[in-house]
Design a protein around this ligand. Structure first.
Ligand code: SF4
Length: 496
């Protein structure tokens, strides 16, 4: 009765893996150290890029021998790919026993138990939200699972926690499948969110990351009272013990003044703003069905820097989207230079069946052109990131120490810890949350005993590495920056 979870994708999926682990543990399962030791392997999947799906299918294929050698072993697929491909997964990977959509995580243990008892494949997914508009079973994520008491032992770090404040999306960008697989936009009641964060603070959590596909669209209406994200941040700020709050990802048109003022004024709010622009040409934004023009995005950038001068803005970009000309691409380069992003996550467009772009537009930019544009944009972003990082040299910054750096924990996936260190590819590789937990709690020290290259983050989400004691993990420390690379600052611990 041991399970092992492999996670692909964004922070939503990392959180879903925590929730699934909590469900399994409360049903009597134990966490396995590796895939080899497990009786149940769960893949938490992503459908945003074809590459991520293909990786899952090939990993499923490779498990054929593992399953054949281990009678009674089970394989489950959850996440966006489960919702998108549904029973087609059993056809393509006949060794899969369970398919569980993102809205059915609370059914995972029941499905697994049924598959074990009957030997029959089990599936639970939502029905299409567009075909079955009034059906309560239409794609809709579940609120039920959010009990942080159950999450404590499944969090990668005891002092940090992700809290989902919204589900789904109503924006319908033409290249995206999230609105189909994660359902309509729903904001959680503020009292539930505050209650959850209060319990997390009692458990020793000092940093909260609020999650939503378009997190700054958060809006909860109850009678004549509307709670916006700025109101929520103000309430979270009153919770003793919570020292940092970040929110990802923001939608440009919802970056309102009240929100920026909250970021500026509330001691716990951090000036890190991830606001995907996706493109720098109006014609492309229109094809992508983004609901703003480049001028509006630039106006938002100006407002951010005016209100929060120390803001670190990051963005996502798609290069090589349907019909992108060289001139349109150059406008993206111009926007990157204009906005002076701390970092940009750059993706080469890949067609995903089921969305508007796949139905109505040709994926007509050759692969070599996509690659060249990707590299060109990355080079421009690296130059800007380095120039920004260098402004920190000689300064002293406060960081929250997260733990030993990637160099010290070689097996640790960089997905969660060094996310911003991988500007060309935000999406994670196959990441075992178990591996992440094992590494972050490693008690076996290397040759240097308690000393290690440690890593932490500033308020504006810059990664800082320094030499120090492993026991500093979870503490706030001052570091004097001595050198910089585009995505990492190096420094020395300033003794109090
Ligand atoms: S805002 Fe657009 S890209 Fe983001 S999740 Fe919604 S539909 Fe997808």
């Amino acid at each position: 009765m041991k399970f092992y979870i492999e996670t692909v994708g964004c922070q939503m999926n990392v959180l879903d893996s925590e929730l699934a682990s909590a469900e399994l543990i409360s049903a009597g399962w134990e966490r396995a150290e590796s895939r080899k030791d497990a009786t149940l392997v769960v893949f938490n999947t992503c459908s945003v890029r074809e590459h991520a799906e293909e990786k899952i299918y090939s990993a499923l294929g490779r498990l054929k021998h593992w399953k054949a050698q281990k009678p009674g072993s089970l394989i489950a697929v959850m996440g966006c790919m489960a919702q998108k491909d549904q029973s087609r997964i059993f056809k393509r990977a006949p060794n899969v026993d369970v398919v569980c959509g993102p809205g059915q995580i609370d059914q995972l243990t029941t499905l697994v138990a049924r598959a074990a008892a009957t030997g029959e494949p089990q599936i639970a997914t939502s029905v299409d939200r567009f075909v079955h508009k009034n059906d309560p079973k239409a794609v809709r994520e579940s609120f039920r699972l959010y009990d942080p008491k159950r999450l404590k032992e499944t969090r990668p770090r005891a002092f940090q926690a992700m809290v989902r404040i919204m589900f789904g999306c109503n924006k319908f960008c033409s290249y995206c499948i999230v609105p189909s697989v994660r359902g309509p936009e729903q904001s959680r009641p503020p009292k539930d969110i505050l209650n959850e964060i209060g319990i997390l603070a009692d458990q020793g959590v000092v940093e909260i990351v609020l999650l939503g596909q378009t997190v700054n669209s958060y809006r909860y209406v109850e009678g004549d009272k509307t709670t916006r994200l700025s109101d929520l941040l103000a309430e979270i700020d009153k919770i003793p013990g919570i020292r940092r709050v970040r929110f990802v990802s923001s939608y440009p048109t919802d970056m309102t003044d009240d929100l920026l003022q909250a970021v500026r004024d509330l001691p716990s709010s951090t000036p890190y703003l991830h606001v995907p622009a996706q493109h720098g040409a109006d014609s492309m934004l229109e094809r992508m069905r983004r609901r703003y023009a480049v001028g509006q995005y630039k106006e938002m950038v100006d407002r951010i820097y005016e209100t929060v001068p120390e803001a670190a803005i990051t963005s996502d970009f798609i290069v090589g989207f349907c019909g992108e000309t060289e001139e349109e691409f150059q406008q993206t380069v111009d926007l990157v230079r204009y906005a002076r992003f701390k970092n940009s996550f750059i993706f080469k467009y890949s067609e995903r069946p089921g969305n508007e772009a796949a139905r109505t537009m040709a994926d007509d930019v050759p692969e070599d052109v996509k690659k060249r544009r990707n590299n060109e944009l990355l080079a421009v972003q690296n130059e800007i990131s380095l120039a920004q990082s260098e402004t920190f040299v000689g300064k002293t910054v406060e960081i929250l120490v997260e733990g030993p750096s990637k160099k010290e924990t070689k097996s640790l996936s960089d997905a969660l810890i060094e996310e911003s260190d991988a500007p060309s590819d935000k999406e994670t590789d196959l990441t075992s949350v178990d591996q992440l937990l094992a590494s972050s709690r490693a008690s076996v020290f290397g040759e240097r005993g308690d000393r290690a290259q440690m890593t932490g983050r500033t308020k504006c989400d810059r990664i800082v590495v320094f030499d120090g004691s492993r026991s500093l993990a979870g503490e706030f420390r001052k570091i004097k920056i001595t050198s910089a690379t585009p995505f990492t600052l190096c420094g020395k611990l300033v003794e109090d």
